[in-house]
Design a protein around this ligand. Sequence first.
Ligand code: GDP
Ligand code: IMO
Ligand code: MG
Length: 427
Amino acid sequence: MPALVLLGAQWGDEGKGKATDLLGGSVDYVVRYQGGNNAGHTVVVGDQKYALHLLPSGILSPGCTPVIGNGVVVDPSVLLSELSGLNERGVDTSKLLISGNAHIITPYNVTVDKVTERFLGKRKIGTTGRGIGPTYADKINRVGIRVQDLYDESILTQKVEAALDVKNQVLTKLYNRRAIAVEQVVEELLGYAAKIEPYVADTVLVLNQALEDDKVVLFEGGQGTLLDIDHGTYPFVTSSNPTAGGACTGAGVGPTKISRVIGILKAYTTRVGAGPFPTELFDEDGEALRRIGGERGVTTGRDRRCGWFDAVIARYATRVNGLTDFFLTKLDVLTGWEQIPVCVAYEIDGKRVEELPYSQSDFHHAKPVYETLPGWSEDITSAKSFSDLPKNAQNYVKALEEMSGAPISAIGVGPGRDETIEINSFL
Ligand code: GDP
Ligand code: IMO
Ligand code: MG
């Protein structure tokens, strides 16, 4: 069973970085298939803490080849500074492979992201301001710049011209900004070309050959299921497909190759940016989850919105991703609550609803129906097996598993690699 997908089951920040890093030592390739440096994946190795944005979390495992797939959007300046930051800390990044088909986040995409959000005012999405949405929009509009374009100056100039033709009209006439000069953009992008060239590869060929050779490939999602452009809480979503299908299109690997899909699931819920969130807490419990869980964005430093576990969302994630397993994270954060509410269904206009409503208006009105489970007060951070957990913590995990529709195969009890209870092996 060579190919696994690991993805966020909620609104991102579930602990994907830690889970990927944990498996990184046993896999041959770790592949990002969508998103870009809007992601913030924290990995804690011993006393060292790393914050990865664009690079796959497998980059910290020496035997593992990290891959940036065709579905990712790449900001070259971020890529180079992330690489040099790791090099300065003694991490070897020379094995990195980048798809020549991946799209480039240009400086004008970042500008458009920021001015659009400002223009939206109260209706803003709360994006990370990294140019993600505008870059994917250019890709779909067929005016995007790809990594391979950096190696043909004439093509690059023509493409930047085509993209800026319309954008400069919008920037100057609608947003009252200065026009962006084609030459300046081309010059900046060409400045990155030689530094990136050693990493550029036909990643589709490499990955498919690796799978034929029975190598183990792990696809690491950014963001999460509810931030998916098709299956998330649109329009309060990111502009790519973090769900399992995205791994196929974003890496050029057929669905028949994927044998396991692991959903990373936080033991409570968080969200950054705008959009509906039925179990959000505005009281001291929400404040306590934020404080104890350290719920502050890795990329933008924004406080994360916090709430109780939502089983309706977990069931939805199981369905749209075909999850085979869950990795439950941050169970330790819940230590100390006497009672822990869990959302088992919604009430929408007086009716009990068991599944996520397809209508956005209904979801905005959804009120959580809670069941309360007894909590525990014992420290669980050094638990190594399921039976080490206090009875009430075991029961909390079992209840979540039953409600969520897939087995919980690992439990995080702390941020470190070894602060994990493995129940079923992933490999
Ligand atoms: P990602 O975007 O899904 O990789 O998650 P983030 O790194 O943005 O946020 C998860 C945070 O939780 C990070 O600070 C991790 O170090 C931390 N973390 C991951 N798993 C656990 C866990 O089981 N317990 C605790 N206490 N922290 C965890
Ligand atoms: P990781 O991989 C949490 C959110 C933003 C915003 C929306 C759109 O660390 O889980 P974008 O800049 O992508 O156009 O913003 O998506 N968002 C995330 N929220 N974790 C992330 O990544 C996110 N990446 C984007 O806050 O609401
Ligand atoms: Mg994150």
